[in-house]
Design a binder for this molecule. Structure first.
Ligand SMILES: [Zn+2]
Ligand SMILES: [Zn+2]
Length: 252
């Protein structure tokens, strides 16, 4: 084998998203060790309702006030106290343009959603569109990709009906209040007819403060959506967890 051929072969062998090791044949996302770590982490329970996160539909109060009835999620996202494997999965979804990771996380979310919607014809999947700046930077819209796989998995139509109408700042460094201001009226509905009277599964990659999802839900609600639930592979439970810890402390 020529050196260049060999190099090409080695380059094409997928690496584990968790630890970077080369994967054995038939594996495309995680090595067995990282998979175990991920599966154990996924068994975390919600600090509010004590159910496994995959069964919990709790949501930040702010979202509840803004037309979102439930929030489905797979695991908790935290750069500080989360699991490195799941953090890497989210990073790869956001920045890696890796179809295996998108399909894997879509399947994980599909497992949570499957069987929850008895009338699939009345529902539609809508993605939160990535900002134009991020699409320029990374070359794709990760939530759109996620939704395409999710739609195939659960048999509910994906309709990319939301559009960003103005540029927003990156949310990472903003406070909750700044986030709300930042994304206020950031979206519009491309086709109101497609939304009126429909039930919507609004999908994002990570829900942090819920500000972006709330703003999109408001827009969908104004366009006549009958019911809206949120869904994301990952949710940062920062405010909820803080509140729970405060309560626990007070009680001794
Ligand atoms: Zn690994
Ligand atoms: Zn819960």
């Amino acid at each position: 084998m020529k050196l260049t051929d060999r190099a090409l072969f080695l380059l094409s062998v997928p690496k584990c998203i968790g630890c970077g090791e080369r994967l054995s044949f038939g594996r495309f996302v995680l090595c067995p060790r990282c998979e175990l770590e991920y599966l154990a982490y996924k068994d975390e329970r919600c600090p509010d309702c004590a159910q496994y996160l995959r069964n919990c539909t709790c949501l930040p109060k702010y979202l509840n006030r803004n037309h979102i009835h439930k929030l489905y999620k797979v695991f908790r996202y935290s750069r500080k106290s989360g699991c490195p494997v799941s953090n890497n999965l989210i990073a790869a979804l956001k920045h890696g343009n890796n179809k295996y990771v998108s399909a894997f996380l879509a399947e994980e979310l599909a497992d949570v959603l499957r069987g929850k919607f008895s009338d699939p014809d009345k529902w539609m999947i809508v993605s939160l569109p990535r900002s134009a700046g991020s699409i320029m930077k990374y070359g794709y819209d990760q939530t759109r990709l996620l939704c395409k796989y999710l739609s195939a998995d659960i048999g509910i139509e994906y309709v990319p009906v939301l559009r960003r109408v103005r540029a927003t700042r990156e949310q990472k460094t903003l406070t909750a209040l700044e986030r709300r201001e930042n994304v206020k009226n950031a979206f519009c509905v491309k086709d109101t007819e497609a939304v009126r009277g429909k039930k919507v599964i609004l999908v994002d990659d990570v829900v942090t403060s819920g500000a972006t999802m709330a703003s999109a839900a408001e827009t969908l609600h104004d366009a006549g959506a009958a019911r809206i639930v949120g869904a994301a592979p990952s949710v940062a439970f920062s405010t909820t967890v803080r509140r729970i810890f405060r309560v626990k402390k007070r009680g001794g």
